[in-house]
Ligand binder design. Structure first.
Ligand SMILES: NC(=O)c1ccc[n+]([C@@H]2O[C@H](COP(=O)([O-])OP(=O)(O)OC[C@H]3O[C@@H](n4cnc5c(N)ncnc54)[C@H](O)[C@@H]3O)[C@@H](O)[C@H]2O)c1
Length: 334
């Protein structure tokens, strides 16, 4: 069995690799080649509020001739912060398709960061205007750095405005990322308000824990592309319904999951603001050419994601293959 730490993963799997892995998962999802059973989720009694989640998936025929199978184990233990432990620890288990034996254990936190950033990277690459130069990032938590890296990989943005309700967190994020962004020709600018972040922005990412819309959808510029990454329950929405009404094309990562879980769409559909046909389809269908994406520089496009386990399995498969080739990681007897 191969064990891969966060540092091992970073050695063999780049932001570009993560975007390409997500694109593969999107296409397989749109073609019905992913088996993604509902995740198992329960409260752990006696743990002081701990929750345990199990996210399995099987991807058919990738890599050929077999497939890839695995499960991501994620825990949410709010009390861990006081113990100096991660609040949302995660581990990815990749299973050998032929034997059913566990093939590899990967740091699931790093895997999640990379594959979640890559959601925005892939969607921006496919849907944003080619000449997009101004970005806006809402949220500067654990997922934000990989979101920023992935949109910069997708488009040569000259400026990204950064907004967070917590100004201290926003400033710390900008300090930590400034040099890396400047090396890519991109200026990070602190945006004190949501309006300041949005004005004239070409690529917008929301990756917050907000239950309510984080910016005014009526202020989004024509031609903008928006990635909604944070909200994942039917009662929470980061995206303003006004944006979803204004948008020319709305895409999702997984249609069934988004229509069941994303309050951004569930709530306005329930309120009768629009029907599920507001969603043009899955990003994977645009990637495989069966659905048109953006058709003009004036259109507003939206991509809403709640994530799905096949993204983790495809990324894990790619990482393990690269790590074996490079001799990275620790082998242990199983
Ligand atoms: N789509 C996916 O596949 C996927 C994967 C992983 C995480 N997520 C989700 O992404 C979200 C962010 O994750 P994280 O680990 O970075 O969280 P985090 O708690 O580390 O950071 C969230 C940040 O959002 C900020 N925030 C909250 N409301 C805001 C608002 N209205 N405007 C601006 N900033 C605001 C907070 O101050 C905080 O800094 C979570 O909801 C998480 O569940 C989605």
């Amino acid at each position: 069995m191969l064990v891969l730490s966060a540092a091992d993963i970073a050695r063999v799997f780049t932001v570009r690799d993560a975007i390409e892995a997500d694109k593969k998962a999107f296409v397989m999802q749109a073609r019905g080649e992913c088996v993604v059973p509902l995740r198992i989720n329960f409260d752990v009694e006696g743990s002081g509020g701990g929750q345990s989640l199990y996210m399995p998936a099987h991807v058919k025929g990738y890599p050929a001739p077999g497939g890839a199978t695995g499960v991501k184990i994620v825990s949410v233990y709010p009390g861990n912060a006081a113990k100096g432990l991660p609040v949302v620890p995660a581990t990815m288990v990749l299973v050998d398709e032929e034997t059913g034996l566990v093939e590899a254990l990967l740091d699931g936190t790093e895997l999640t960061r990379l594959r979640t950033g890559a959601l925005s990277g892939a969607a921006t690459e496919v849907l944003a205007r080619e000449d997009a130069r101004v970005g806006a990032l809402f949220g500067t938590g654990g997922q934000a750095a990989s979101q920023l890296a992935a949109i910069l990989e997708a488009r040569p943005l000259a400026e990204v405005r950064v907004h967070d309700l917590d100004p201290g967190r926003r400033e710390a994020f900008i300090r930590a990322r400034r040099a890396e962004c400047e090396a890519r020709g991109c200026r990070l600018v602190a945006a004190a308000s949501a309006d300041a972040a949005i004005e004239g922005a070409d690529v917008i990412v929301t990756v917050t824990t907000s239950a309510k819309p984080v910016f005014d959808g009526s202020r989004v510029a024509a031609g903008a592309h928006v990635n909604g990454i944070g909200s994942y329950t039917p009662d929470k929405a980061e995206l303003d319904p006004a944006l979803l009404v204004r948008a020319d094309r709305v895409f999702v990562d997984n249609l069934a999951a988004v229509l069941a879980e994303a309050g951004d769409l569930v709530m306005p559909i329930k309120a009768g603001s629009f029907g599920p046909e507001r969603v043009a389809g899955e990003l994977g269908s645009v990637l495989d050419g069966s659905l048109p994406g953006r058709s003009s520089g004036k259109e507003i496009t939206v991509f809403k994601s709640v994530g799905f386990a096949a993204l983790d399995v495809v990324a894990a498969r790619e990482i393990v293959t690269r790590a074996r080739e490079a001799g990275v990681g620790r082998k242990i007897d199983s």
